[in-house]
Design a protein around this ligand. Structure first.
Ligand SMILES: *Cc1c(COP(=O)(O)O)cnc(C)c1O
Length: 232
């Protein structure tokens, strides 16, 4: 592994250490948690800096910005995750460029992504975004509607449903953080009991990744703690 030479690389290493500590504290193998480095608003050069010390998974929220960054890093073996809100006129770009889409919240988007996924590529890995904070959040499917959407997605040929994603209401209280993440885990477990083969819980960010890992997160999406504060 290359030596740690920059502040960004030092912060990335610190986040990896947090993941290892949280996994160990939860009695889980550290490699059961995948780190998605959220590079939105940061440059392709920042992505390169992280990639230079082995970071492979990157997350983006804004389609246009992301596609440009992908084009500037095609020489690297990276895995790209879309984690932002999806507009239906942007699905073709997602289907063509991304490896994962974490934020599916309606049937129409799922059908378009499946139809538009190029033949030459593996099926698109997707998660359903669930609204686990009730009325306070507008994005994501209501918990009661997850099963129906999951069944539809499972029937689409060019998508591979991997699991669930959530962005809980912001709170500093670790107990409340855990309660929210536990709700997502419970929904995943009920789908698994229904016979669906799902392996992904995408939950936890810079401020709450420990609580998410304690409740079973298999992917944490971390931006600020790696790249620094965003200006927008
Ligand atoms: C921006 C963003 C993140 C990263 O958040 P940080 O607090 O900067 O770690 C994670 N998930 C989603 C969906 C985001 O939009």
């Amino acid at each position: 592994m290359a030596t740690i030479a920059t502040p960004l690389q030092a912060r990335l290493l610190a986040v990896r250490t947090r993941i290892v500590s949280a996994s160990t504290a939860a009695g889980r193998a550290p490699d059961s948690v995948r780190l998605v480095a959220v590079s939105k608003t940061f440059s392709a050069d920042a992505v390169r800096e992280a990639a230079a010390i082995g970071q492979r998974d990157f997350g983006e929220n804004y389609v246009q910005e992301a596609v440009e960054k992908l084009r500037n890093t095609v020489d690297l073996p990276l895995v790209w995750h879309f984690i932002g809100p999806i507009q239906s006129n942007k699905t073709v770009l997602l289907a063509e460029h991304f490896d994962w889409v974490h934020t599916i919240d309606r049937e129409k988007i799922a059908r378009r992504l499946s139809e538009q996924r190029p033949e030459g590529r593996a099926p698109l890995n997707v998660c359903i975004q669930v609204n686990i904070s009730g009325e306070s959040s507008k994005s994501g499917v209501a918990s009661t509607d997850v099963t129906a959407l999951a069944r539809i997605i499972t029937s689409l040929p060019r998508l591979r449903l991997r699991g669930l994603m959530a962005i809980p209401e912001n709170t500093d209280d670790p107990d409340l953080q855990r309660q929210a993440f536990a709700r997502l885990r419970t929904i995943l477990e009920s789908l698994q009991r229904d016979g669906m083969v799902l392996d992904t819980l995408s939950m936890g960010m810079s401020a709450d990744l420990e609580a998410a890992i304690a409740e079973g997160a298999t992917m944490v999406r971390v931006g600020t703690a790696i790249f620094g504060e965003r200006n927008r």
